[in-house]
Design a protein around this ligand. Sequence first.
Ligand code: GLV
Ligand code: MN
Ligand code: MN
Length: 378
Amino acid sequence: MRRCDELGAISDEAGQLTRTFHSPAMQRANALAGEWMRAAGMSVREDAAFNLIGRVESKNPHAKTLIIGSHLDTVRNAGKYDGPLGVLAGIACVENLRAQKIELPFHLEIVGFSDEEGVRYQTTYLGSRAMAGTLTKRDLAVIAEKGIERARRSRRDLLGYAEVHIEQGPVLEARKLAVGVVTAIAGQSRIRVEFEGRAGHAGTTPMNLRRDALCAAAELILAAEKSGVIATVGQIDVEPGASNVIPALATLSLDVRHANDSRRIAACRALKIKADQIAKRRGVRVRWTILQETASVACDPQARKILEKIVARHEREVISLPSGAGHDAAAMSAICPVAMLFVRCKGGISHHPDESVSERNVAKAIAVLTDFVKECCG
Ligand code: GLV
Ligand code: MN
Ligand code: MN
């Protein structure tokens, strides 16, 4: 908990917590978490995608590697636990294993991924997708840093991936449980929509002669609200951006989620048609750019069973639940089986500075994770 506070104080923005891909604050966060990894007996490196990796070497040099991870980047004005808690739980797990003198038959790595939130480039999972080798040409074109694809790992070397994360929803709290096992991670689409109209004088241009880009955007935002899927416009940029000038360009982010991929894709298509209709009626132009599409991912059934068995030892009830939020586990599932454990968070609040977890519940998550690793020892 103290380490969460310390990382929570490392920010790119004064007065609030914001850490984005490879920013100065991310470099400081990696340096600090790296010190804790070293103190826990790990060798530490940063890969080509700026993922922080602490490693405990097995005596068997031919062994595969189990990765435990989550992300150290944050959204803007974030809480302290989304991401970092999972990395720090991993370090605590290594400390437990060391204290218990457990000899691992596999290598164990704790990874702090460099980008899960996608704030800097509006494309998520840069760190974990670089590791999984699934970055697209489009990703590489928008990212200023070169060579991040060299972080790719071979599936042959990996045993699996496990992640502890706050639930970011209210289910565990309602059931008065500390932890729950994740069944699947919802898919997501991230789209950039640009409406291009014509600037003009706010005092002299009659209302019926305007081609206002922001009014077109506003119609699409309300259509997204009624789209029948989980859809959010979280960012708008308006140009030229003056109170007395009619907006010429409105650029919005559109984030669409659904557990069922075909429903998500159909909703995106319907919204694109809607955007075209709005543009036509208003005499503006629209550009629709899909920045990222991630399919929904099921957690590995066998790993899930093991986790459920362990949770049963620590909780009076085992619940398994899907995740509406995205996680690095979704990206890692491209190269190895993945398992996820949720920790209860207060009021289900996340992506907000009020994010909160209790020490007791975190202790339980670390105990479950430690038992999970021991169970994987066979
Ligand atoms: C990651 O937090 C997401 O947007 O789901
Ligand atoms: Mn998040
Ligand atoms: Mn997260």
